[in-house]
Design a protein. Structure first.
Length: 208
């Protein structure tokens, strides 16, 4: 029963939402609006569950003194401090919560994105090495596009920006549309497998 009831709920709601999209009516719209209201009610409980899971995972690492367990202490202290300041002073502009957000969260986010730039540059270097015909075409196209996006490309030749626009609007756009179609078909197939009960890994282990 622990797996059967959730499976029936998922199948029922899945077919109802499919019917709402393809056979719209006032009844289905009212049900959809009612369901959205309940998701807003359930959302805070999901946040509580996530916080509990975070605390349990890091508490276990601290208790076992796992690798880099000191960072777990920092994470739990930051969680408690941020939550306390938010509840006590609120999250409006000028509160300690916003000070923590602007002076810790924003710089940390900027640091993460700046580090991603180095990983992207490393991946680009590996991908652009002309070891085959396809890699050579990719390398040439990348050089033209990069030159077409800066002023030096205009200085070299007026053809470079035009070729850049053609590359972006024709072969690049065609590839993006193909990827989008593939993602859409994959999402549809996965959704159908979940609604029909074929895919059940999200239910966890154990017997019905």
């Amino acid at each position: 029963m622990k797996r059967t009831i959730p499976l029936l709920i998922v199948m029922t709601l899945g077919f109802l939402f499919v019917a709402h999209v393809f056979i719209p009516s006032k009844i289905s719209q009212d049900f959809f609006d009612w369901f959205l209201k309940w998701t807003k009610v359930i959302g805070p409980f999901a946040v509580v569950l996530g916080v509990m899971s975070l605390v349990m995972v890091h508490s276990t690492k601290i208790r076992r003194k796992a690798h880099n367990w000191g960072y777990s202490i920092v994470a739990l202290v930051a969680l408690a401090l941020t939550t306390a300041t938010g509840f006590i002073w609120g999250i409006q502009e000028g509160t300690p919560y916003m000070w923590i957000f602007r002076n810790f969260n924003v710089p940390l986010g900027a640091t993460m994105f700046s580090l991603l730039a180095f990983y992207i540059a490393s991946a680009a270097y590996k991908a652009f090495r002309a070891r085959s015909v396809e890699a050579t075409v990719l390398l040439i196209a990348a050089i033209i596009v990069m030159l077409g996006r800066v002023s030096i490309g205009h200085a070299i030749s007026h053809w470079i920006p035009d070729i850049t626009e053609w590359i972006l609007n024709v072969p690049n756009l065609a590839a993006k549309r193909g990827i989008t179609l593939g993602v859409g078909l994959g999402m549809t197939a996965t959704s159908l497998k979940i609604i029909l009960g074929i895919e059940r890994t999200y239910l966890g282990g154990g017997k019905d």
